[in-house]
Design a binder for this molecule. Structure first.
Ligand code: RIB
Length: 280
């Protein structure tokens, strides 16, 4: 089967993560256990997982003219992702401040920086010219107008569109109408309200549910130490495997996400193709 061609229009962040026994309360100072710097951003995470899962991936986004920007480009290249449509700006690269507690749960504050400078026309033009494009993936860490322009261009080419509405923000009816798949987690789903859309609900350690068909794939049983980027690994793996069928894609995504939570970080926690394919 031909490798699917996927364009991710989205965010790139440097994840600055503090691990501690518990998350501090208001006004409280705690001594943490570890600090890490790692590659993140929901868009970049999804692109990396889609590439691991066998897709040919193009990333459309914006990064700073700074050290993090240089590192993002090197990382994308090392992961085999096409960087032709990544632009640079004087705005600083995006960063995410992350706290992870003992149970692996996180709290995240993102500072989008360069991610909010992506130009809609540049994104739409990229989508229009990527050869043999199959799928376009978007999230909500960039301006919604950019995702809208990219999805409009995707539909002109009959490409499949997948939106991960994270972090939650109200979606315009125009954008919803352009989505073939919407993949929220339970919190985002509750905020989305009643949508007439094709929804794949990620339920954390319960697995993933396709609401219209009722198909449910359970999560693998693991000991979670850091859930950062797990949802992104599901989205990227699901997209890369979608041509092989929805159930296969859901299972592959669940295994990828399940293994990822047993390791620290976002992209640093992602398993190899072989690990996912041979998991039993
Ligand atoms: O979904 C996880 C990601 O959210 C992290 O990598 C962080 O960068 C934030 O964007």
């Amino acid at each position: 089967m031909k490798r699917p061609v996927i364009a991710v229009v989205g965010s790139v962040m440097m994840d600055l993560t503090a691990y501690a026994k518990k998350i501090p309360g208001p006004g409280e100072t705690l001594v943490g256990k570890q600090f890490t710097t790692g590659f993140g951003g929901k868009g970049a995470n999804q692109a990396v997982m889609a590439a691991i899962a066998g897709a040919e991936v193009y990333f459309i986004g914006k990064i700073g003219n700074d050290l993090f920007g240089d590192q993002f480009l090197e990382n994308f290249k090392a992961r085999g992702i096409n960087t032709k449509y990544i632009e640079r700006t004087t705005e600083p690269s995006g960063v995410a401040h992350i706290w992870v507690d003992e149970s692996g749960e996180n709290r995240i504050i993102i500072i989008p920086g360069a991610n909010h400078k992506i130009d809609s026309a540049v994104a739409a033009n990229a989508i229009a010219e990527i050869p043999n494009l199959d799928i376009v993936i978007g999230q909500c860490e960039i301006k919604q107008e950019v995702t809208l322009a990219a999805f409009k261009a995707a539909k002109v080419r009959s490409a499949t569109t997948i939106l991960n509405p994270a972090p939650f923000e109200e979606l315009s009816p125009d954008l919803i109408a352009l989505c073939d798949w919407i993949i929220p987690n339970e919190t985002e789903f509750a905020e989305l309200g009643n949508l007439n859309a094709n929804i794949l609900l990620t339920e954390g350690d319960q697995g993933v549910r396709h609401l219209s068909s009722g198909l449910h794939v359970p999560a693998i049983k693991v000991n979670a130490i850091d859930t950062t980027g797990a949802g992104d690994s599901f989205v990227g793996a699901f997209a890369a495997k979608l041509k092989e069928g929805e159930e296969i894609a859901m299972k592959f995504g669940c295994i990828a996400a399940g293994i990822s939570v047993t390791r620290k970080g976002a992209q640093s926690s992602y398993p190899s193709y072989e690990e996912i394919a041979t998991f039993s």
